[in-house]
Ligand binder design. Structure first.
Ligand code: 2NL
Length: 340
């Protein structure tokens, strides 16, 4: 009897209760209608008379101890969150599968933030454009072969023939029409060309174009701006070279290469052993383009540039097939989880 009491007292005092189920179990065992102390009370009649008082006291002490322990744990559990299960803060967290930004969004953001640091604002405009903003204002005269440079998708809305914009220069024409120089703007957006889809061509892609118009803007300003961009984007040691080119809306025009990001110009299979990678096209805004947007070319000059976001992403991430950007294959997209 004495042993049994000591055993139960030990059990009560060493009870460790961490949730409401365990608490209920404890209550039933020590305090319930069929608790384990009841048989002890009934056995009391077999205890020798001289011990009865002491043993009776011990059983009562045990009962009180059980009540105290129950009350303590009950209070502790009800203080815990939601009065429910006790929360174990040492458990590992639930993984949060939030996905990743699309590589095109990552690079677009990066390009925007580089130009924002040198005073450019962001402008956006419609994807379905009229002939004026996509072509005529940009010095593509009617029937001019320059229009063939960009195979265009046409759509008819309310009997008017509209084009899916072939570049975001159309947005910049709108900025020139609606504001006065100085103008510093970049226009990111989706553009469309009627090309058959392959690893190297797609019927839509993403562009960022830039436009700078002020008094006395020179070709040197253009070169310095592009050099700054290239070094921010591809690293401080990046070099640039300009090759003469042709665009209807700029004169003179140039194609810009950066020193190969893989071999730093020594020659490798990425740059096809030339040491250079093409990143963008640029030039001084043609005076007739300024005039078309009501800016006096005798007072103002400017430069403009345009780049494909896919192309920049391709160089940064070594993506070799343009189609991957729009197929939404999670095996591709998952690889950009660390990029933000
Ligand atoms: C390329 C080349 C270029 C421009 C875009 C532009 C815009 C206006 C006036 C004059 Cl409003 N030019 N934009 C100029 C030169 C090149 O893009 O390869 N893009 C992917």
């Amino acid at each position: 009897m004495q042993n049994k009491l000591a055993e139960l007292l030990e059990e009560v005092n060493s009870a460790s209760i961490t949730d409401s189920a365990q608490l209920e179990e404890f209550r039933i065992r020590f305090l319930g209608t069929k608790n384990c102390l009841k048989p002890l009370f009934s056995e009391l009649k077999n205890v020798p008379n001289e011990d009865k008082k002491l043993v009776g006291q011990k059983i009562n002490e045990l009962k009180n101890a059980a009540q105290t322990v129950f009350d303590q744990f009950n209070e502790q559990l009800s203080n815990d969150l939601g009065n429910e299960e006790k929360v174990d803060f040492s458990r590992p967290g639930e993984p949060n599968n939030i996905g990743a930004r699309h590589p095109i969004s990552v690079i677009r953001k990066e390009i925007i933030s580089i130009f924002e640091r040198i005073g450019y604002g962001v402008s956006e405009g419609p994807e379905v454009e009229d002939d004026w903003h996509n072509f005529t204002a940009l010095n593509f005269p009617e029937e001019h072969p320059a229009r063939d440079m960009q195979d265009t998708f046409f759509v008819e809305t309310d009997g008017i023939e509209m084009a899916l914009r072939t570049h975001t220069s159309s947005v910049q024409v709108r900025v020139m029409e609606n504001s006065k120089p100085p103008i510093r703007t970049i226009s990111p957006g989706r553009v469309f060309r009627n090309e058959s889809i392959s690893a190297r061509a797609h019927c839509f892609f993403h562009q960022v174009e830039g436009l700078f118009i002020d008094k006395d803007v020179s070709f040197a300003d253009l070169k310095q701006t592009i050099l700054f961009f290239a070094q921010e984007m591809f690293g401080k040691k990046t070099q640039i070279r300009l090759r003469p080119s042709y665009f209807p809306f700029t004169e003179p025009s140039a194609e810009v290469d950066v020193s190969c990001t893989i071999c730093s110009g020594k020659g490798c299979n990425v740059c096809k052993y030339t040491g250079w990678l093409e990143i963008l096209g640029c030039g001084m805004v043609d005076p007739s383009v300024l005039e078309a947007a009501n800016i006096d070319p005798k007072e103002y000059s400017g430069f403009a540039f345009g780049m494909g976001i896919e192309r920049i992403a391709q160089l940064k991430y070594r993506v070799n097939d343009l189609r991957l950007y729009s197929e939404n294959d999670v095996r591709f997209l998952k690889q950009f989880k660390s990029a933000f």
